[in-house]
Design a protein around this ligand. Structure first.
Ligand code: AMP
Length: 396
């Protein structure tokens, strides 16, 4: 048995799952949220299927983990009887330092804390969870699995920005890329689905969820990706703008916007929400279908941006064997897949409408048999991938 407790923490939340590393099977899961607020909440689903849900103050991450332990006890399997072999911590920003899963010790934990400068919304929360979890499970190995690590194979021409190298170096300004855990598991599962060696495939993976990014993958290695220094760059997202001329930000600063206002505008009030008033793709689609002009424009910009990245990556990769859709929107919305792939026959892309619209939770082909590029839908599973990578490291 190779059970991993996968921890995905934020500044005010801890998401956790117990995952069988060999199979990806879930044994228990839960979410502690509103940590540090007057009233927090835990929702837990135990190994026996029963649920615990309650509201109470959760002052910090240590208290959050204590609530998790209590919930495991109440649902019949105390956490120390689950046979957990290691913890896998999802870390959003690993900077240029971490190119693979890494065993957590004080030095690694401190570096993750320092990298909070580049990921102020993510790494500080990860660090608090690491400190609390290491104190709670001092005898188990803790593994940090980084969202940036998969993209550390990008060539310099892809990850460098054309600014003063001294400024870039002092401030760590370069493309790091994110969603790496998802791009990695999806590209591997796509190769398995096609029955071809990962090393032989050129893939374009489109992770379209509330956050969204595209990735060009050559032989299983990321060679370019749409997110940059931060997860704000690239595709249009639920609430994030994606690419925007940096000159627009200078213009707004001069027009009197504060840095915090700009941060909020770009990260929380843009994207689909900015155009259409909602960041839930289903609602945007429904509004567009009902004739709402703002929602139609939102979708048009959303699709236009994705197609630009496909074009760029077809050139980067010198053609592609497969285009893969994943995450909430990519897995579930046939219309957006059809729009993204429309009129690409010249490039070798032909969607089969029946295959595209057939609902399924499995990996599947949605292009025609004679489409030169195989278009796939492959469900992502970041927790299973974190468990797999943590176990691989611990098992040596
Ligand atoms: P994720 O971040 O991967 O959880 O994806 C969240 C996004 O997926 C949200 O915009 C949802 O509206 C969208 N989504 C989830 N289920 C569906 C569905 N059945 N059809 C269309 N979009 C969906």
């Amino acid at each position: 048995m190779t059970r991993i407790l996968v921890v995905n923490s934020g500044s005010s939340s801890i998401k956790y799952q117990v995952v069988e590393a060999a199979t990806g099977e879930r044994l228990a899961s839960g979410l502690v949220e509103r940590i540090g607020e007057p009233l927090g909440r835990i929702v837990h689903r135990g190994a026996d299927g029963s649920e615990v849900s309650r509201e109470l103050p959760v002052p910090d991450h240590t208290a959050g983990f204590a609530e998790m332990v209590r919930a495991f006890e109440e649902t019949g399997t105390p956490v120390d009887e689950l046979g957990i072999s290691a913890l896998g911590h999802r870390i959003v920003q690993g900077g240029g330092d971490f190119i693979e899963p890494t065993l957590l010790d004080d030095v690694v934990a401190d570096r993750i804390h320092e990298l909070g400068e580049l990921a102020p919304l993510h790494n500080p929360g990860h660090y608090q969870a690491i400190v609390a979890a290491r104190a709670l499970f001092p005898d188990l190995p803790h593994v940090a699995v980084f969202d940036t690590a998969f993209h550390q194979t990008m060539p310099e021409s892809a990850y460098r920005y054309a600014i003063d190298p001294a400024v870039a170096s002092v401030h760590g300004i370069r493309r790091y890329g994110f969603h790496g855990i998802s791009h990695q598991v999806v590209s591997r599962r796509a190769a398995e689905f096609l029955g071809r060696p990962l090393e032989s495939l050129k893939q374009i993976v489109l992770h379209l969820g509330n956050g969204a990014s595209a990735c060009a993958i050559d032989g299983g290695r990321s060679v370019d990706t749409s997110m940059g220094l931060t997860p704000l760059a690239g595709l249009v997202m639920g609430t994030r703008s994606g690419d925007i001329d940096p000159g627009a930000l200078l213009h707004l600063l001069r027009a009197g916007y504060s840095v915090d206002e700009l941060d909020k505008l770009l990260n929380q009030r843009s994207g689909l929400l900015g155009f259409a008033g909602t960041n839930d793709f289903r609602d945007v689609r429904a509004a567009a279908d009902a004739g709402d002009a703002d929602a139609r424009l939102a979708l048009a910009v959303y699709v236009h941006r994705i197609r630009h990245y496909i074009g760029a990556y077809l050139v980067d990769l010198d053609g592609a064997d497969t285009i893969v859709f994943t995450a909430g929107v990519g897995e579930n919305n046939a219309a957006v897949r059809a729009e993204v792939c429309a009129d690409l026959e010249w490039f070798g892309v032909r969607i089969d409408p029946d295959r595209n619209e057939a609902p399924s939770r499995e990996a599947r082909l949605i292009s025609t048999d004679d489409s030169r590029i195989a278009v796939l839908v492959v469900p992502t599973d970041e927790e299973a991938e974190i468990a797999r990578q943590a176990w691989e490291l611990v098992a040596g």
